[in-house]
Design a protein around this ligand. Structure first.
Ligand code: FAD
Ligand code: EPU
Length: 334
């Protein structure tokens, strides 16, 4: 383990924000993680654990210790007639795990192909795409409490998974470090083709690799590649509102994009709201909304974190003024 001082994080966050961490370290095992937590405690240093930095906006230099989780390994734990349990280290790239599952004919996470980031961060916001969420295939996770250094296994029913939400964004925010995740996958085909763009897939010819390739194709056509244009995916969550707020809006704005997600509950496309405030493709200085997807804020190269943050606050203000809806950031703002 090498702790570096005054480390640039430009290549450790997909927004490409050029800021510095007072101290930075990469950990490759639970033992290393525990050791580094002890060191930080002795120095009274704040800790932030990161994976690939694809859901983080740094607004200023970080005055503590950044711990990049690099715990590796993918292993089949147990096979049953219909199910299989697969364990992966928190530092494994999420898409490498998806590829492993697809190559081995394990169903469940193929719709989550090409989501950036690490396995350890996936439960934090319960990653989701194309009709599937991590929680659908999640079994358990292991990790370490920052304050006590005690380890704990959390099972699915303890994690309070919701839309882009979990206990780790609530009462355990910043208090628990995930070190490995166990998925329960199906050996029996379970295609989910409910998402509009997947409905055209011929269901008699579907295969895991076919679905994965289709998802990759859709994502590449819609989302900016952070290697070329800094971004952290959707900046805000899609708001879920009740009929009292939604129905008058629906009467006023006939083209509003939404899904009914429960009794008297409507999930509205944040991209549509932002686009209809004139932000799609809009650029202010070094920051803008992506031309194909207004929900994605992009860094045109030299943006500071503060610039991105202020731009996001303006979007939030205008959407609130026009539609009466407060957009909540999905991205973790540090
Ligand atoms: P980071 O950004 O490094 O961290 C995110 C948060 O998790 C931080 O608060 C961090 O402190 C915490 N954290 C990280 N690792 C751990 C750990 N081991 N233990 C405890 N806390 C931890 N998300 C979706 O859900 N669906 C999508 O379709 C999607 N598409 C995207 C497309 C693009 C182009 C981009 C850039 C992002 C997209 N995202 C999407 C968001 C992002 O990929 C996910 O949120 C991903 O899970 C973040 O992983 P990460 O390793 O980069 O986490
Ligand atoms: N739309 C607009 N204008 C826009 C963008 C979208 O009108 O600028 C409308 C269109 O009608 C479009 C619809 O919204 O068809 C839905 O857009 P899209 O399929 O891109 O999905 P999204 O709701 O904007 C969500 C997730 C994405 C995930 C996709 C696919 C959230 C916050 N975002 O986006 O996740 O990949 O669905 O399932 O839920 C992320 O979390 O970072 C992320 C990229």
């Amino acid at each position: 383990m090498v702790i570096t001082e005054n480390q640039s994080l430009k290549h450790t966050n997909t927004f490409g924000i050029d800021i510095f961490a007072k101290r930075y370290v990469e950990v490759r095992s639970v033992e290393e993680l525990k050791e580094i937590i002890k060191i930080a405690k002795q120095d009274n240093s704040e800790i932030l654990v990161i994976g690939s930095g694809s859901n983080i906006l740094f607004t200023k230099n970080y005055n503590g210790l950044i711990v990049k989780n690099d715990i590796q390994g993918i292993e089949v734990l147990e096979e049953k007639d219909n199910d299989v349990f697969v364990k992966a280290g928190a530092g494994v790239l999420w898409d490498d795990l998806v590829e492993f599952c697809v190559d081995n004919n394990y169903w469940g996470v193929e719709n989550l192909s090409l989501i950036p980031g690490t396995v350890g961060a996936a439960p934090i916001q319960n990653i989701g795409a194309y009709g599937v969420e991590l929680s659908d295939s999640f079994y358990s996770l292991n990790g370490v409490f920052l304050d006590s250094l005690n380890t704990k296994t959390f099972y699915k029913n303890e994690i309070q998974f919701g839309y882009r939400n979990s206990i780790f964004k609530g009462e355990l925010k910043g208090r628990f470090i995930i070190t490995e995740v166990i998925l329960k996958l199906s050996k029996i085909p379970k295609p989910v083709l409910t998402y509009r763009e997947l409905k055209s897939v011929d269901s008699s010819a579907i295969s895991l690799s076919g679905i994965r390739n289709k998802i990759i194709e859709i994502r590449k056509s819609k989302l900016p590649d952070p290697g070329k244009l800094g971004n952290a995916g959707s900046f805000f969550k899609n708001p879920v509102v009740d009929g009292k707020l939604f129905l008058p809006l629906k009467r006023k704005y006939k083209s509003i994009v939404y899904f009914e997600v429960g009794k008297n509950k409507y999930k509205i496309s944040a991209g549509w709201l932002i686009e209809n405030c004139g932000y799609k493709g809009k650029k202010v200085g070094n920051v803008g909304c992506y031309e194909k997807q207004a929900l994605i804020i992009v860094n045109y190269g030299k943006a500071t974190g503060d610039e991105v943050y202020k731009f996001s606050k303006n979007i939030q203000k205008e959407v609130k003024q026009k539609f009466g809806i407060l957009l909540i950031p999905e991205v973790n703002i540090i």
